[in-house]
Unconditional design. Structure first.
Length: 393
């Protein structure tokens, strides 16, 4: 972006150990950062990461926005185009909103997901792992952390946990929404909004009670799909949607393309989808599936087993190999296959249905070739490879 003449800035959640030294300006949270009275690492005379400031009395969403606005207003060369990465900490567990939102949705009952009481069936019809809002999936003890009365029966306990969890989440997100408005309002005031591409996204989706799950990690749609919204009046027809299969490796090539670079650097795996933003036809060479892997087997007391798979435009194939890289802490091994058109909530595992056998075999070949292409084979992990070999049928 610098080579294209842009001033660059990184503000907010960085979550990497290395200094973001390539940016012209940065002000980043240490690790996940704090919700209230957040510290920030900045450029300065001391070596990274010792230059620190604190925004006392502020919620992180407000502080991050204040820092970005200060850079936009007073610290950039306004004769140059800018590239700003503005990263909120919120919403990240445990959700903690600015106090002005404490009463938001207080008297509202949040609709429950249809599958709140339907945990993932699993490849053998009996999987009962993961962590959720009720007692069924409770290793993380979410409802207890939320202060839900233990004397409630299982159903009411889960429902109460869900309401408290969702309200905390939505109060946190309300703070994000309002602070995005502050940024948009500034761009309107300066006349820059229509000439600015705004990309709103996240690093994953999130379970909010679906399948009685919380957090992320699983390849089910709620966590697998990522929010992705683009504002670019000179490129995009307002209100339009697109169903190309993109993933986050495509973000950098697309941004570079929009900035004037017509070739993607060789070290980047992704591809520009600027044509999708412009409403052009999808190239015949565009991907027909996207790959996923969850490495952190049963981590953080959230009880999500290790697995990998591919998602096509309609079908999804997942393999739960269920162990650590050295083969420890094994959980049930098995395949899952879903028709997302007929079963968008992934309630019925069709892997053993004869009518899908040929399609599954084709997707297995695609999965295997994709793993090879990405260098994602498990030859250096013999325990995992042995499980794959034994169950690849």
């Amino acid at each position: 972006m610098k080579k294209a003449g842009y001033q660059t800035a990184m503000v907010g959640k960085w979550h990497l150990k290395q200094e973001p030294a390539a940016f012209d300006y940065y002000c980043v949270l240490p690790g996940q950062g704090k919700y209230h009275n957040p510290d920030f690492r900045i450029q300065g005379a001391k070596p990274w990461p010792k230059n620190v400031i604190q925004k006392k009395g502020m919620h992180s969403s407000d502080a991050i926005t204040e820092i970005s606005l200060e850079w936009l207003k007073n610290k950039r060369d306004k004769l140059k185009p800018f590239f700003l990465m503005h990263h909120f900490k919120a919403p990240h567990d445990m959700f903690d909103n600015a106090r002005r939102y404490d009463s938001y949705l207080q008297d509202v009952t949040i609709p429950e997901p249809a599958n709140l009481f339907n945990p993932p069936a699993g490849s053998d019809g009996s999987r009962n792992m993961g962590s959720g809002v009720g007692r069924t999936h409770a290793p993380w003890k979410l409802a207890r952390r939320l202060g839900i009365p233990e004397e409630l029966d299982d159903r009411k306990y889960a429902q109460a946990g869900y309401q408290e969890y969702l309200k905390r989440y939505l109060r946190c997100v309300k703070g994000v929404d309002d602070n995005i408005k502050r940024l948009v309002d500034y761009l309107k005031e300066t006349g820059e909004l229509d000439n600015t591409v705004i990309i709103y996204t996240g690093d994953q989706g999130f379970f909010l009670g679906e399948h009685d799950l919380m957090d992320k990690r699983w390849m089910y749609e709620e966590a697998f799909r990522m929010p992705f919204i683009v504002h670019a009046p000179k490129l995009i027809q307002a209100g339009s949607t697109n169903d190309w299969l993109i993933n986050n490796t495509d973000f950098a090539p697309t941004i570079l393309d929009l900035a004037g670079f017509r070739t993607t650097p060789d070290y980047m795996q992704g591809h520009s989808f600027s044509a999708a933003l412009k409403g052009k036809a999808k190239p015949k060479s565009w991907r027909t599936s996207t790959y996923y892997r969850y490495w952190m087997h049963m981590a953080h007391n959230l009880a999500a087993p290790a697995h990998f798979g591919i998602r096509g435009e309609r079908y999804k194939l997942v393999f739960f190999y269920g162990c650590t890289p050295n083969g420890k802490n094994r959980t049930p091994v098995g395949w899952e296959f879903y028709d997302l058109k007929k079963d968008p909530q992934e309630m019925r595992n069709l892997y053993s249905e004869p009518e899908y056998a040929k399609l599954i075999a084709t997707m297995k070949l695609e999965l295997k070739s994709t793993r090879a292409e990405l260098g994602e084979t498990d030859k250096k992990y013999p325990a995992i490879q042995a499980i794959i070999d034994a169950h690849w049928h």
